[in-house]
Design a protein around this ligand. Structure first.
Ligand SMILES: CC(C)(COP(=O)(O)OP(=O)(O)OC[C@H]1O[C@@H](n2cnc3c(N)ncnc32)[C@H](O)[C@@H]1OP(=O)(O)O)[C@@H](O)C(=O)NCCC(=O)NCCS
Length: 244
């Protein structure tokens, strides 16, 4: 089969709904996992979390096999000290990077030639606990805008911010201890931009950010650093176990 190419000017965002992740797909997915992944899978007590984990590992494996002649079950991964997984360099695969996110109902996997890629998916209809979370996650200017919104508009606003901040934090290979309140997002006029209000050691203008609504229930944030030229995002729906 013709392989997908990894283009430095493009990030592919593969997403799969979990409402059609059948028992047959789940069994096929389980067969792709290595010993360590199987143990992690079996250790989940909550069925939904176990399913998301299974679908996530399955999606990463089948998606990476779109790009290189390696069977889904043969991918090997290592993780950095902050648990971020990456392809084991011993496989001899250069320039193929990914990041994964999952939530109830959806798994997403961003793939590109760029190492600094992060993705996060959340449900956009969750409003429980927002009053407590907003002051912890939003910058002061964002919090003011949030407070002025009608209640019904607050979840969408909050999760658009949350997903991009989380995507940025996940893309920063060095770790997850960044103070997200010091990231200030601006969604106007067109694509989102970011600035830092505190001591985050980075140049915010290096980053491209995208917000997507792949389903009526989900919001996805993607953050990446272009390799020098333009960078586009290509969102593609798939199944976790795909034959296309
Ligand atoms: C570890 C963390 C990134 C996981 O996020 P999550 O929302 O629970 O889970 P997601 O579905 O988005 O991502 C999970 C996947 O990210 C990947 N991942 C794990 N650690 C990672 C890291 N340090 N960096 C990037 N990706 C990571 C893994 O592939 C993981 O999937 P798997 O464990 O099923 O293989 C997150 O919990 C965290 O610590 N965030 C801190 C940032 C923060 O404060 N956010 C608050 C709101 S902005």
């Amino acid at each position: 089969m013709l392989k997908e190419t990894v283009d430095p000017a493009r990030i592919d965002l593969w997403y799969a709904r979990l409402d059609d992740f059948t028992a047959e797909d789940q069994a096929a997915c389980l067969r792709l996992l290595n010993e360590h992944e199987r143990r992690r899978h079996d250790a989940f007590k909550v069925q939904d979390a176990r399913l998301q984990y299974l679908a996530g590992r399955g999606l990463v494996r089948t998606t990476l096999s779109r790009y290189r002649n390696i069977a889904p079950a043969h991918w090997r991964f290592l993780a950095n000290r902050h648990d971020r997984p990456f392809v084991d360099p011993e496989l001899g695969i250069a320039g193929l990077h990914f990041n994964l996110s999952h939530t109830h109902g959806l798994v997403v996997c961003a793939v590109g030639a760029i190492e600094e890629i992060g993705v996060d998916v959340e449900r956009r209809d969750r409003d429980a606990g927002l009053d407590e979370l907003a002051p912890v996650v939003l910058a002061p200017a964002e919090l003011k805008r949030f407070a002025k919104l009608p209640r019904a508009a607050q979840p969408e606003f909050f999760f658009a911010h949350w997903t991009l901040k989380e995507a940025y934090v996940k893309a920063r290979v060095m770790g997850l201890s960044l103070p997200v309140q010091e990231i200030c997002l601006d969604f106007l006029p067109s694509s989102p931009t970011m600035s830092f209000t505190g001591a985050i050691e980075d140049d915010a203008t290096r980053w491209r950010l995208w917000t997507l609504r792949p389903t009526d229930e989900h919001l996805v944030g993607v953050a990446a650093v272009p390799a020098g030229g333009p960078l586009n995002l290509n969102a593609r729906q798939t199944r976790v176990i795909n034959e296309d």
